[in-house]
Design a protein around this ligand. Sequence first.
Ligand code: SF4
Length: 227
Amino acid sequence: MPRKVVKTKAKTATKFKKVSRDRAQEMIDLLCKRYPDAECELTYKNDFELLISVILSAQCTDVTVNKVTPKLFKRFPTAKALAEANLEEVQQLIRPTGFFNAKARNIQACAEGLIQKFGGKVPKTVEELTTLAGVGRKTANVVLGVAHQIPGWSVDTHVQRLSKRLGLSKEADPLKIEKDLQKIFPAQDWSKLSITLIWHGRRTCYARKPDCAHCPINHLCPASLLH
Ligand code: SF4
């Protein structure tokens, strides 16, 4: 006999229901209160280290990246040193972050790009940053927002998921989500709000089983499993 398919609440929670700007602001204000200390969880000393760390953080936790980067940057502290490094040595240093062969090639190509195009310095525009190997808009906006306080939305997997659940964007494409978020919230808040949503996604609004019972916006969120 064929099995009966039972819809789970988690599935219905992913349906999109757009909220008003006021409600969006109310939700985000409450999340900012929940996470007043939200900040980038990568350890870095300068924008070069941050850029390389963000590239390494793809498909990997910040905790793991923070374990490998002290040795990596001690050995190769500048774009020039990293560009000229032995590829195998770089691969071994970053091995725990996963996909280490591709990531090693990427960070080395990125370092070469920094030297060839920007005199070894990290540029300060999304357009310039995204010409570098391994750097998309998400990475560029993290670097600009965190290292230089230049506002931008970094639409990672958490921001994508929460934008939908909170009714902020029905889009799936990160660039379209970014545009929707830009329209709702004031520019000066973009970087802080990106990190706040990422913290909420990591600590409460999990991908598989959101902890709605302990969520400060469960009375406002259209995807809450409690109503
Ligand atoms: S109520 Fe909170 S935890 Fe639940 S889906 Fe909404 S934002 Fe996520």
